[in-house]
Design a protein around this ligand. Structure first.
Ligand SMILES: *[C@@H]1O[C@H](CO)[C@@H](O)[C@H](O)[C@H]1NC(C)=O
Ligand SMILES: *[C@@H]1O[C@H](CO)[C@@H](O)[C@H](O)[C@H]1NC(C)=O
Ligand SMILES: CC(=O)N[C@H]1CO[C@H](CO)[C@@H](O)[C@@H]1O
Length: 312
């Protein structure tokens, strides 16, 4: 059965309850979520790898790159599914393509890319008895790939053009194929690359640098869509849902006051002075790159609704 659910249309943010109501009783058609990606989804893997040196515990919540749980944990809570999280902050599509890193004051740590997260961390685990009972048909594979390839290319002064994006797309598809062939993965969830220009750090960059990056993001969406169509034609049992994260960001920004958000420009913590933030709830960004846990929760809520609608 071929089914391609592209959700590039507006994400509906129905009464985005942030209180107890957000913990919906209903479920998604999966028992398990396996997640690969970067700091948007890391729940402490890089923290463990860095022997608890990064991220800084005085400014971040328990190894998360924000002030509370990240979206995949909120999604886990909302859905009741189990979470197996292989995401590492700083993870690119493939460390052999571009080596991503994460760190600041206490050193810089080389992060496993998504390909390495699969080969070095996930596939070996599948051999253990615990996984014998897990059905691929009840498992959702989440891959959030590409943002770090782009930011690392800039930082490392590597070429950044459509050829770079083509490689990111190829690497993503090849990771999906690997999961399909080696783990029987048939359900994939793929958020697209977050906006770079709207992050607080981007304000430190000249527009001639950020504009071309923003232009590469729709190109990535387009190439990804074509590559996914080919991937689905080759692997007819696979289902893919693409989530438009940038559309989500846009709709939050456009309606910020409705959610009590008064600052969509700055990061809440003062990274230079290493001061925590007084009231995170009015900020979109926790630091120069990452949204607050409240934004994570809103995103999880949208994805939860999409999963309920689309996969049943
Ligand atoms: C991208 O940059 C690389 C290295 O400079 C170059 O080899 C490649 O041809 C460029 N691609 C495009 C589409 O311009
Ligand atoms: C802002 O919220 C309204 C509903 O209150 C919605 O119709 C609109 O699409 C939202 N704006 C954007 C840009 O998503
Ligand atoms: C919070 C959480 O679920 N963390 C887990 C993410 O997945 C890794 C790998 O399976 C576990 O070791 C973590 O405990």
């Amino acid at each position: 059965m071929v089914s391609f659910s592209s959700s590039f249309t507006a994400l509906l943010l129905l009464a985005c309850g942030l209180g107890p109501a957000a913990r919906a009783a209903s479920n998604i058609p999966f028992d398990r979520i396996v997640a690969f990606g970067d700091s948007m989804t890391d729940t402490g893997n890089l923290f463990t790898l860095s022997r608890q040196r990064w991220p800084d515990q005085s400014l971040y919540y328990r190894g998360r790159f924000t002030n509370g749980p990240v979206w995949i944990e909120w999604l886990q809570q909302m859905s009741g599914a189990e979470l197996d999280n292989l995401s590492f902050a700083g993870g690119t599509s493939d460390s052999d393509f571009i080596q991503g890193t994460s760190g600041r004051w206490n050193g810089v740590f080389a992060a496993p890319g998504v390909r390495q997260q699969i080969i070095q961390y996930y596939l070996p685990k599948l051999k253990s008895a615990k996984y014998a009972t897990v059905s691929p048909d009840r498992t959702l594979y989440m891959l959030w790939v590409g943002g770090i390839d782009i930011s690392s290319a800039i930082e490392q002064r590597k070429p950044l053009n459509t050829t770079t994006v083509d490689r990111i797309v190829e690497n993503t598809i090849s990771s999906m194929q690997l999961l399909h062939d080696q783990a029987g993965a048939v359900h994939f969830l793929l958020p697209n690359i977050p906006s770079f220009a709207s992050t607080p750090v981007a304000h430190e960059f000249p527009a001639f640098l950020t504009k071309p990056i923003e232009r590469l993001l729709p190109y990535h969406d387009q190439q990804m869509k074509m590559a996914l169509e080919a991937f689905l034609a080759k692997n007819p049992s696979v289902h893919v849902m693409v989530v438009d994260y940038r559309q989500f960001e846009t709709s939050i920004r456009a309606n910020a006051s409705k959610y009590g958000i008064t600052n969509i420009v700055d990061g809440c913590v003062d990274m230079a002075k290493r001061l925590p933030c007084a009231d995170e709830r009015v900020y979109f960004y926790h630091d120069g790159h990452h949204p607050t846990t409240m934004i994570h929760k809103m995103f999880a809520h949208s994805v939860h609704q999409m999963l309920q609608r689309k996969w049943l």
